[in-house]
Design a protein around this ligand. Structure first.
Ligand SMILES: [Zn+2]
Ligand SMILES: [Zn+2]
Length: 498
């Protein structure tokens, strides 16, 4: 792309999470983000709709400003004059907007000037700051103003007691990249302190979302640049990288635990940027890895990459998925975490945070409470985790272990009175079920054997929505149900087919 024809939109950006089809729940098309004009026919949905509401228009404007900033960053090295002219255009726009009252943000938002959200503005400011640095800062008024805006937003978060927010990571990155000032790294609320406060000893960002974990790690690495962090911070960054590796299969699938997209091109770009910033590390080989703070156990062996979720709910990015068992092959999402749709779609957002959407257990068809399980056993072959807070009067215990060429899964649920108890199977591949066996299709194929002593137990299949990248994709959902039990044990064995 030559780059001489980038047109910066003259309008403010809104909230990108509104860039979703209200009918189909899919993210809308990212075409033509550098031309400065919202598509005349409306933003395209892959299911045929065209959407041109004001919310979608201003969500598009967010994506367009972000794409323009990244393009300016690219042009800074190959066409510096063009990049400089574009930066100065942003300088004019940003200063013009200072006099213009900002309307349209939702009340909960921490506001920006060019965007509804200060977080969005900080992400954009990092690209702008990187370009400015390459060019010797040809728009110092702009970079200074962006750093000031980042500081003001960070002060607000600190006042609200929300220092550990993932926003802070990006506000610090914006300040650090736009100014090159050490204080953004070493200060009381700088990057080093944020890493100490927002990341657990097990290396996970506290919300336990793969997406937000990678999101803050990327911000940290961009902010730190070539600087040498103190040893404890460097160690924590290494643990963050290892946590990200642990939920990435050998074939590169990244488990979308808790809130975050299941799959989108933009996510691939972000992960590629993250991997480029991370120093190479040897591949991990241990069979069982337990993350005790966030409450994930990862089992790798027999061609299966399994994750058991037993930890804290995860704040506003948590899902009601306690004791879920996620199953991946190297390149096959047999039973993945389904991820989340853009937040602008309330209906589908509720679904993807729900118990019904996850390969976990349910009682009387109800939602699990937002709760925390506990690890009972972790040994060389697997883990046992317990949860007694998902439903009143119900205790669930799940043992998942590797044994030779198979994965064993045993879930026992005990209730205070006869109740409908179900174990969910939630594939993102073609699943066939018959005579107590399941066959999971894909580049790697999985075979399951399922056994329950209760005579009334049944594997009940019904069509359901696939993961969150396209809620219209129909997959076979199976509820392994006992309609009226006080205690039931579901035993499964999984083996990868040759
Ligand atoms: Zn649509
Ligand atoms: Zn989930």
């Amino acid at each position: 792309m030559p780059g001489g024809n980038v047109v910066i939109p003259t309008e403010r950006g809104g909230w990108w999470h509104e860039y979703v089809c209200p009918t189909h729940g899919v993210e809308l098309s990212h075409d033509e983000l550098l031309c400065g004009e919202f598509p005349a026919a409306g933003a395209a949905c892959r299911h045929g709709c065209r959407i041109h509401t004001s919310a979608v228009r201003s969500a598009w404007t967010v994506l367009a400003h972000q794409a323009c900033a990244r393009e300016i960053r690219r042009l800074a090295t190959v066409r510096p004059k063009v990049a400089t002219a574009l930066l100065r255009r942003y300088d004019e726009l940003y200063h013009r907007l200072a006099a213009d009252p900002h309307e349209g943000s939702q009340p909960w938002m921490l506001r920006g000037r060019l965007f509804h959200q200060a977080l969005t503005e900080a992400i954009w400011a990092v690209s702008i700051g990187q370009a400015a640095r390459v060019l010797g800062d040809p728009a110092p008024r702009l970079t200074r103003a962006l750093a000031e805006a980042a500081r003001a937003a960070r002060d607000t978060l600190v006042e609200q007691g929300r220092f550990t927010s993932n926003y802070t990571a990006w506000l610090n990155a914006a300040g650090a990249v736009c100014t090159g000032d050490e204080e953004w790294l070493t200060g009381e609320h700088g990057v080093h302190q944020h890493i100490r406060a927002a990341v657990g000893d097990d290396g996970w960002e506290w919300e336990g979302s793969t997406y937000y974990h990678g999101f803050v790690l990327r911000a940290y690495l961009l902010a730190l640049g070539d600087s040498t962090p103190p040893p404890d911070v460097a160690e924590r960054l290494q643990r963050m990288a290892r946590a990200f590796d642990a939920v990435t299969t050998s074939g590169g699938l990244v488990a979308a635990l808790h809130d975050g997209p299941y799959a989108r091109p933009e996510l691939d770009r972000e992960h590629a940027e993250l991997r480029a910033l991370l120093p190479p590390r040897p591949a991990r080989t241990e069979k069982v890895t337990v993350f005790r703070d966030v409450g994930y156990a990862v089992l790798r062996g027999a061609g299966i990459h399994a994750i058991v979720d037993f930890g804290p709910h995860g704040g506003s990015h948590g899902h009601r998925d306690k004791l879920a068992l996620y199953l991946y092959g190297a390149t096959t999402p047999w039973q993945p975490d389904p991820g989340q749709v853009p937040y602008g779609h309330r209906e589908w957002r509720e679904h993807y945070a729900s118990t019904a959407a996850h390969p976990t257990f349910s009682v009387d068809g109800g939602e699990q409470a937002e709760c925390t399980g506990r690890l009972e056993v972790a040994d060389a072959s697997g883990v046992t985790a317990v949860c007694d807070a998902a439903y009143p009067g119900v205790t669930a215990r799940r043992r998942v272990a590797l044994d030779g060429d198979v994965l064993l899964d045993e879930l026992t649920v005990a209730a205070d009175r006869p109740r409908r108890i179900a174990l969910h199977l939630r594939p993102d591949v073609r699943l066939t079920v018959s005579a107590g066996q399941t066959r999971w299709a894909g580049a790697e194929r999985l075979h399951g054997w399922h056994e329950c002593a209760c005579p009334s137990a049944a594997l009940v299949a019904r069509p359901g929505p696939g993961p969150a990248d396209d809620p219209q994709r129909v997959r076979t959902h199976v509820d392994w149900v006992v309609p009226d039990a006080t205690e039931v044990t579901f035993r499964s064995i999984y083996r990868v087919e040759d």
